[in-house]
Design a protein around this ligand. Structure first.
Ligand SMILES: Cc1ncc(COP(=O)(O)O)c(C=O)c1O
Length: 374
């Protein structure tokens, strides 16, 4: 395989690869040193200058950070709010939508609980949630076929955490728009791995924690809310007020900008690191995606060559490949004893390789699975 771009410089920034074959980016990614330093610089600034340093970073209302994220997903900076995790963003959106009794939300059985549990809370208000039951290969068509006139919201992950299947979100959104439904995408398993363009995908909401494929500290993350939707968030905090710097508990005026969803103090140091990673990845987005797809194809081919069953459909893959095994936890432990880091998920072992991994590392992991089974 000839690499068009040399990713070895980036790899040098990842301490974990010196000790492990690290194929667990769908769980938690190692933070690159350059991103860690960005967080450290901020925290050290607070250490040495306290509020004086915090004010310097925050006095533009994090606009430069919002711009960095917005370029990455092709939105406006006004549509980007920072969130402490994906669950927070999904809750903000589904409660902010003010759905009515009898309204129907579509989701499916291959979602991560963080994507679905917020919907269960809505059922207490008479909102209906339809759980589509499907295997990975038919997931996209199953969702597509269930989008009927009474659907008000479709909630999907771009890439499924336990099967690795990647949905053609644009196709789903096109049908949703035809029936007047909104679309919410959990992109934590794709952002940083697959190119995201919210305009092209035609989605209304997108939420992503930063600690997986975006390789940033836990506590970083962002959400995109299309302009004009959810002007009045479901929860208020001091930063939801446009006059928050007056510190007047008796005067509140609803903030119109994206800070309205942040409600209180944002994890600045983690999001500074996130934006550093995004700055590095933005010009490489297409190469990163292409390389990840090469590596996941290699994992699928190698597993099948060794007689293993692969859960992930090759034609709809992203960065996750799930290899079917009995007793996945035991197998993952055996791999860890050989310093190969993967996760037991769904029906097997989940390999999740980022762009700086190598074919050799993947081959090692697949051989490890094969040997652990005998
Ligand atoms: C699809 C998906 N959504 C969300 C999460 C995590 O949610 P949070 O960022 O709220 O911890 C995961 C974690 O594995 C996930 O796979």
């Amino acid at each position: 395989m000839i690499l068009l771009i040399d990713f070895s410089e980036f790899r040098e920034e990842i301490p974990a690869v010196k000790e492990f074959v690290y194929l667990n980016h769908a769980a938690v990614s190692p933070t690159p040193i350059f991103a860690l330093m960005e967080s450290f610089r901020y925290i050290y600034g607070i250490s040495s200058k306290g509020s004086l340093h915090a004010n310097v970073i925050e006095n533009d209302d994090l606009l430069s950070l919002r711009e960095t994220v917005s370029k990455f997903i092709n939105s406006s900076p006004n549509e980007i709010s920072f969130v402490p995790n994906t669950s927070y963003g999904i809750n903000m959106i589904v409660h902010g939508l003010r759905l009515n009794r009898g309204d129907l939300i579509l989701t499916n059985n291959l979602e991560f609980p963080a994507t679905v549990y917020p919907l269960y809370k809505l059922t207490q208000r008479g909102i209906k949630v339809k759980m589509i039951k499907s295997g990975p290969a038919e997931l996209e068509s199953s969702i597509y076929n269930e989008i009927t006139d009474d659907v008000k919201l479709v909630v999907i992950s771009h890439v499924s955490f336990n099967t690795g299947v990647k949905l053609n979100v644009k196709r789903i959104a096109e049908k949703a728009k035809r029936v007047g439904s909104l679309v919410l995408v959990d992109s934590i398993q794709s952002a940083g791995a697959m190119k995201i363009d919210v305009k092209e995908m035609n989605v209304d909401f997108l939420v992503s924690g930063g600690y997986k494929w975006l390789m940033s500290p836990q506590g970083s993350g962002f959400m995109f809310v299309r302009e004009g939707l959810i002007e009045d968030p479901p929860f208020y905090g001091w930063k939801t007020s446009s006059s928050f710097m007056d510190f007047d508990p008796e005067r509140f005026s609803l903030e119109k900008g994206p800070r309205r969803f942040e409600i209180g103090t944002v994890d600045v140091s983690s999001n500074l690191a996130l934006c550093k990673v995004i700055e590095r990845l933005t010009p490489l987005r297409e190469d990163v995606e292409r390389r990840i797809l090469e590596l996941s194809a290699h994992a699928i081919d190698e597993a099948e060559d060794k007689g293993l069953e692969v859960v992930t459909p090759k034609e709809a893959r992203a960065g996750i490949v799930v290899v079917k095994v009995n007793e996945p936890k035991k197998i993952a432990e055996k791999l860890l004893a050989r310093k190969i880091v993967v996760s037991p998920r769904g029906a097997g072992i989940r390999l999740s390789s980022h762009f700086y991994n190598t074919e050799e590392e993947i081959s090692k992991a697949i051989s490890g699975i094969r040997e652990a089974l005998t």
